[in-house]
Design a binder for this molecule. Structure first.
Ligand SMILES: Nc1nc2c(ncn2[C@@H]2O[C@H](COP(=O)(O)OP(=O)(O)O)[C@@H](O)[C@H]2O)c(=O)[nH]1
Ligand SMILES: [Mg+2]
Length: 203
């Protein structure tokens, strides 16, 4: 899971884990945002809440090492899914992009063809900037799809349109709140209705 700070990565991982655990999958979480201690704590709360295992490192430690351990744990425990949280400081920051590339390489060393999906989380309130974010991430590490978080607010998430048309990436899920059940598969019709505000009652 990649994206800029505050876009909704950690929350999306928690909500995705909730969905998959409910459908009977064994899920492991990896707290590879070692840049901020609070990020690990936030993911740990989700882990406790969902009763699922979490692999973490010390604050400031190498995210690649966390991912290596997490991949080994996922193989050892025969997990169905390993969800990797990553750091999101400025996407223009070269270090972040090389860190993400390293995470992908490390995952691929332990598990064939991992990461199987790299998902970009976009905040629905992001405007044009969302496209440059998506391009920057996509150039560094090939993206497989997009999650649009915070679509429950006043924002209609029009950035999704631009990202789909310019980068040819599917929107997979949308976030409609902060609770576990608030991440739902993307529904093009309700998305378009929201964009056009078909359902809004005008005075
Ligand atoms: N209302 C709403 N809030 C969200 C949604 N997704 C994330 N948030 C909130 O946005 C903030 C940032 O989310 P977080 O997952 O920590 O972002 P990260 O920095 O990318 O990991 C948190 O306060 C989340 O609870 C959503 O779909 N709806
Ligand atoms: Mg986070």
């Amino acid at each position: 899971m990649v994206g800029v700070n505050g876009s909704g990565k950690t929350t999306s991982i928690g909500r995705l884990a909730y969905r998959w655990i409910r459908s009977g999958k064994k899920v492991i979480l990896a707290a590879a945002d070692t840049y901020r201690a609070a990020a690990t704590e936030q993911l740990e709360l989700w882990g406790e809440r969902l009763g699922t295992e979490l692999i973490k490192g010390l604050p400031g430690s190498d995210p690649g090492a966390v991912v290596y351990n997490a991949c080994e744990a996922a193989v050892a425990r025969n997990a169905d899914a390993l969800l990797i949280d990553t750091s999101g400081r400025m996407h223009t920051h070269h270090n972040l992009m090389s860190e993400l590339q390293k995470i992908c390489r490390v995952a691929g060393k332990v598990i064939d063809e991992a990461p199987h999906k790299v998902l970009l989380v976009l905040d629905a309130t992001t405007g044009q900037n969302g496209i440059s974010q998506a391009k920057a991430f996509n150039e560094a590490i090939q993206l497989d799809g997009v999650i649009i978080a915070k679509l429950d607010g006043s924002a209609r998430g029009g950035v999704g349109f631009a990202v789909v048309s310019e980068l040819d990436l599917p929107i997979l899920y949308v976030g409609l709140g902060e609770n576990p059940q608030d991440l739902v598969p993307f529904n093009p019709e309700s998305y378009i209705d929201g964009l056009l505000a078909v359902n809004s009652v005008e005075p």
